[in-house]
Design a protein around this ligand. Structure first.
Ligand code: F6P
Length: 340
């Protein structure tokens, strides 16, 4: 069999570990031929690809980013043509000309949606979920999340010491797109006092009241972790909006930090290396069994798969009754609501 791999959407730590997991299993266990498509779905449109052999796959386990490159190309975007040909048609043509028996799509929600649509037009597709946002529907965890969690947690740890020295409120914005997973977990891992998530409607007045009370109770400083996806009145960055409001409403000295792309770069955590490798290896098992149109996923401790048709396009947000939120509230963490 001949298989193609592509990586699409925002990058994250662990992608190369997944490519290696797919490639090594396919070549060594099943004797398959493997090619890497460049720059996501763009490579299938432009016919840009590289041969993946054991040499290319060596030494990439610990490497951040993606050796194949990525793009946010969405071939199913309305009216999307290349040289006047419909992009999905072109992709199917090139897939056939390359003699591919299967295509592995490593990506987040957008990628899984495109993969589901390509499966509908007859391509043998397998999806592998990745993103630091952890918001892909159908899996308990995406790889990339654990690495980003480490980075965000370390950053917040560092804010504690400088906040304490200056007796300040520190507001830190972490990524996550429309989901609050990274804010919730990094906030809890680093002892954040306030955690604001897109999933929980907050009132900035409750946040201010809570922070003033902490100051009155002689707490020297406070840490406020905000998800980038919380709504702000003028669409301004979440941390800037929250920090400005806190300054205005409390008069307390406040600073903001936007962590940004640091969360997506660099070497994957050991957990992400293992998860990405397991996902990659399992994707090849599905191909060998000719079980196509599936997305590899983690269910508890088990690697299994779900139908791409069921996951494509759906978001996995933090449930507002998530047990961690309940535990946090009981420990006095404020989520910006009246009862904290
Ligand atoms: O989906 C991953 C992510 O890093 C989000 O957390 C963030 O909102 C977005 O991508 C940034 O995307 P871009 O690479 O297009 O700036």
């Amino acid at each position: 069999m001949k298989i193609g791999i592509l990586t699409a959407g925002g990058d994250c730590p662990g992608i190369n570990a997944a490519i290696r997991g797919v490639g090594k299993t396919a070549i060594l266990e099943y004797g398959m031929e493997v090619i890497g498509i460049s720059s996501g779905f763009l490579g299938l449109i432009n016919e840009e690809y590289v041969q993946l052999d054991e040499n290319v796959l060596s030494g990439i386990l610990t490497l951040g980013g993606t050796i194949l490159g990525t793009s946010r190309e969405n071939p199913f975007k309305k009216g999307s043509t290349f040289n006047a040909i419909d992009k999905p048609k072109l992709i199917k043509k090139h897939y056939q000309e390359l003699g591919l028996d299967a295509l592995v799509c490593i990506g987040g929600n957008g990628t899984q949606r495109t993969a589901a649509l390509l499966a509908e037009v007859g391509l043998n597709v397998i999806g592998i979920p990745k993103t630091i946002d952890n918001d892909v529907y159908g899996t308990d965890v995406t790889f990339g999340f654990d690495s980003a969690l480490w980075i965000a947690t370390e950053a917040i740890d560092r804010l504690h010491t400088t906040a304490n020295s200056h007796k300040r409120i520190m507001v830190i914005e972490v990524m996550g797109h429309h989901a609050g997973w990274l804010a919730l977990y990094s906030g809890m891992a680093s002892g954040g006092d306030v955690i604001l998530l897109p999933e929980i409607k907050f009132d900035i007045n409750h946040v201010a009241k809570y922070l003033k009370k902490r100051a009155i109770n002689k707490k020297p400083y406070s840490i406020v972790v905000v998800a980038e996806g919380i709504p702000t009145p003028k669409g301004e960055p979440a941390a800037r909006y929250v920090a400005n409001c806190i300054k205005e409403l409390t008069g307390l000295e406040t600073r903001e930090t936007i962590l940004g792309y640091i969360q997506r770069g660099g070497s994957p955590s050991p957990m992400d290396r293992v998860l990405a490798t397991r996902y990659g290896a399992y994707a090849v098992e599905l191909i060998a069994k000719k079980k196509f149109g599936e997305m590899v996923c983690l269910d508890g401790d088990t690697i299994t798969s779900v139908s791409l048709a069921d996951v494509g396009g759906k978001l996995r947000l933090v449930p507002i009754d998530h047990p961690l939120i309940e535990k946090a509230r009981r420990m006095g963490v404020c989520f910006g609501t009246e009862n904290c």
